[in-house]
Design a protein around this ligand. Structure first.
Ligand code: SIN
Ligand code: FE
Length: 312
C-alpha cells in the first residue's frame, strides 16, 4: 500500500492483511464481530482519514515537544489509570498541563470509538498507556532488543498479561511524512516455523491461578503488576529471538506499509510481526484485550502455543 486514496471519508477503512492475502475495502457499516475477526487473523485496520479529531493547534503543540531521557523512556506516555504523563520534558507547568489534556483526549476519543467499533472486546478490556512518539524512527539508536526497526511481535517485558492481547491504535500526526512499517508473517505462521528451535514454555496456568495474591492486590489498587508468567516469558523470548536472528531479519517475507499524515491504524501487535522503518510524531493507544472476549480464540497466541507444544 503506497498512497492515500482520493475521496475517502472518515468512515472508510481498508483491512491490510499481513498473511499475503489482498487488502479488503470496508466501512463503519461492517459488524464489530467481523472487524474483530479480521484483526485477530492478523489484519491491520487502516483509516486513510483518521476518525479522531486532533485540532491544528494541538498538533502544532505536539510537534514542538521534546521527550525526556530518550534512551530511558522509549516514548512519552499517558497512564489512564493514574491520569499522569511520564517521559515528558515540559518547559513550563502550562505546557505540562496542555500535553496531559491532549493525551487524555486521545485516550478518551480512541476509547469511545473502539467501544462500538470493536464492541465484543469492551466487556473485559483494560486501557493501557497512550503514547506520543516524537522521535524520528529512522536511524534511532537503541539497544538491540529495544530496536523497533527490527521485525518482531510485541510482548510485555515487565507487566504480565497471561495470554491477554495487545491491541494498538496509531495516528500519524506528522504534517508531511509517512510513517513506514514493514510486516512479515503472522505469529501463527512464525510459531510453526520456529517452535522446534524455541525452548518449550512451562505449562500455562489460568490467569487467576497464575496471579499471586500480591499481584492481584496490586492490580486492584491500580498499581503495576510485578513478575512474569510462562506465557509472558515465552512471548518475550520469541520477541528477542526474532530481533537477534539476522537470517530471519534478512530473509523473511516482507510487506511495506506507508501510513500517511492524518491516517490511523489498529493492529494486534502480538499477532502481526512488524517494524517501523521511518516516521516521526505519532499518537498511540494500547488496549489489553481479555482472551475470553476474542471472537477467534483459536488464533490467540496463548492457544497457538499451547497447541504447538501440546500443553493442554
Ligand atoms: C513498534 O511497536 O514496534 C513501534 C511501532 C511504531 O512506533 O510505529
Ligand atoms: Fe512493536
Amino acid at each position: 500500500m503506497q498512497t492515500k486514496a482520493k475521496g475517502v471519508s472518515k468512515t472508510d477503512f481498508i483491512v491490510c492483511m499481513t498473511d499475503g492475502s489482498k487488502p479488503i475495502q470496508a466501512n463503519l457499516a461492517q459488524t464489530p464481530e467481523i472487524v474483530c475477526s479480521l484483526l485477530e487473523r492478523g489484519g491491520i485496520i487502516y483509516f486513510p482519514e483518521t476518525p479522531f479529531d486532533i485540532s491544528a493547534s494541538d498538533r502544532e503543540f505536539l510537534l514542538a515537544q521534546k521527550q525526556k531521557d530518550a534512551d530511558y523512556h522509549k516514548n512519552i506516555a499517558y497512564r489512564p489509570k493514574e491520569d499522569i504523563v511520564t517521559g515528558y520534558a515540559a518547559k513550563t507547568p502550562v505546557d505540562a498541563q496542555r500535553l496531559h489534556s491532549i493525551m487524555a483526549d486521545y485516550h478518551n476519543q480512541t476509547t469511545n470509538f473502539l467501544r462500538s467499533f470493536i464492541a465484543p472486546y469492551k466487556r473485559g478490556w483494560e486501557p493501557d498507556f497512550a503514547t506520543f512518539r516524537p522521535i524520528e524512527e529512522k536511524g534511532r539508536k537503541m539497544s538491540l532488543r529495544k530496536r523497533n526497526d527490527l521485525i518482531h511481535v510485541d510482548s510485555f517485558a515487565t507487566r504480565p498479561i497471561y495470554g491477554d492481547r495487545i491491541l494498538r491504535t496509531f495516528t500519524n500526526i506528522n504534517p508531511t511524512e509517512n510513517r513506514v512499517w514493514r510486516t512479515s508473517d503472522t505469529f501463527e505462521s512464525l510459531l510453526e516455523t520456529y517452535k522446534n528451535v524455541m525452548p518449550a514454555p512451562a505449562p500455562f496456568k489460568s490467569k487467576n491461578d497464575g496471579q499471586s495474591l500480591l499481584t492481584r492486590l496490586y492490580s486492584m489498587l491500580g498499581l503495576k503488576a510485578v513478575g512474569t508468567s510462562p506465557y509472558d516469558k515465552y512471548m518475550l523470548d520469541f520477541h528477542n529471538f526474532l530481533k537477534e536472528n539476522g537470517f530471519f531479519q534478512s530473509n523473511c517475507r516482507k510487506d511495506t506499509w506507508e501510513f500517511p499524515p492524518n491516517s490511523s491504524w489498529m493492529v494486534f501487535t502480538d499477532m502481526v510481526s512488524h517494524s517501523v522503518l521511518s516516521g516521526q510524531y505519532a499518537l498511540e493507544q494500547t488496549y489489553i484485550i481479555n482472551q475470553d472476549d476474542l471472537v477467534m480464540p483459536e488464533k490467540a497466541p496463548i492457544n497457538l502455543i499451547a497447541k504447538a507444544y501440546n500443553l493442554k
